[in-house]
Design a protein around this ligand. Structure first.
Ligand SMILES: [Zn+2]
Length: 289
């Protein structure tokens, strides 16, 4: 088929007139090429249009997402602000308790100077949030430290209170006070280092503070003797007992029964000889009743 010319016939329906065109081979090729280029161009435009449309939808979705995130960040900032205010109140309470516990004021507060308007761009808003979280965490650490210090002080005070002799070791009547007196045995002036409380033999004797039994045996002059070591330098002596109910090393609470009154050792009648010593020095038990 190497024709140089083509003939195109157009026959309209219901008409007898037939149109006829002659077209050269080169021209036909030109028409086909132009048509192909046009088709390609239209296809490319269509693809581009579809892609743009998809991008626009994606943009809307991202914008909505960004708005939602911005709101979340704002509500996060608001709740951090609430936390910060609570921490400030806690710090104030802590300072009051420290005054009561006679402790020095706490270290400088991290929360004192923060707040102010929220940052504009997302990056600095985020680092602002991070900073607030760090400051609150720091404040929590400070509170924890302070609470432990306060607890330590209160524990010490409580142990000292439990260790300090307090109250009567026995029900009875005082027959001889602490201080210088004429010895009932030699008649000479001599220091009486305790308090004598008379009671029937067998009357229970009670510990006057928490401690550990450091002696539970017969001793010269003292008879059947119980000594309790209370710590903080305090010791109490219970002498002339008829019976001892405790053993060396035993832990004792204030009010525990430790012995029964008697007349053992250098004694002229059934009574308890009660001593309070601190760092070995006899003190007037009257001040600890
Ligand atoms: Zn005595």
């Amino acid at each position: 088929m190497a024709a140089k010319k083509f003939t195109v016939l157009i026959i309209p329906e219901g008409s007898h007139r037939v149109r006829r065109f002659s077209i050269k081979r080169g021209a036909l090729q030109g028409v086909i090429t132009a048509g192909s280029i046009l088709l390609l161009a239209v296809s490319l435009l269509l693809v581009d249009y579809i892609r743009t449309n998809i991008d626009r939808q994606e943009l809307h979705r991202l914008q909505a997402q960004s708005n939602a995130q911005q709101q979340e960040v704002q509500s996060l900032a608001a709740s951090l602000d609430g936390l910060r205010k609570e921490m400030v109140v806690l710090a104030q309470n802590d300072a009051k308790v420290r005054v009561m516990a006679q402790l020095s004021p706490p270290r400088a507060e991290a929360l004192a100077g923060i707040g102010g308007p929220a940052e504009e761009d997302a990056a600095s808003r985020f680092s602002d949030l991070q900073q607030r979280i760090d400051e609150i965490r720091q404040a929590i650490d400070l509170r924890r430290e302070s609470q432990e210090e306060i607890r330590g002080v209160l524990n010490d005070q409580r142990s000292l209170l439990a260790a300090k002799p307090q109250g009567w070791p026995i029900k009875g009547w005082v027959t001889s006070d602490f201080g210088m007196r004429n010895s009932p045995f030699t008649g000479k002036r001599k220091m009486h280092e305790g308090l004598d409380v008379a009671a029937r033999t067998g009357t229970p004797v009670f510990a006057t503070a928490d401690g550990i039994i450091s002696k539970a045996e017969t001793a010269p002059g003292y008879g059947k003797l119980v000594i309790i070591d209370h710590g903080y330098g305090y010791k109490t002596y219970f002498a002339h007992n008829s019976k001892i109910f405790v053993k060396v090393g035993q832990r004792i609470k204030r009010g525990d029964k430790i012995a029964a009154v008697g007349n053992t050792g250098s004694s002229t009648g059934s009574h308890l000889h009660y001593e309070v010593r601190r760092n070995g020095v006899p003190l007037n038990p009257r001040k600890y009743l």
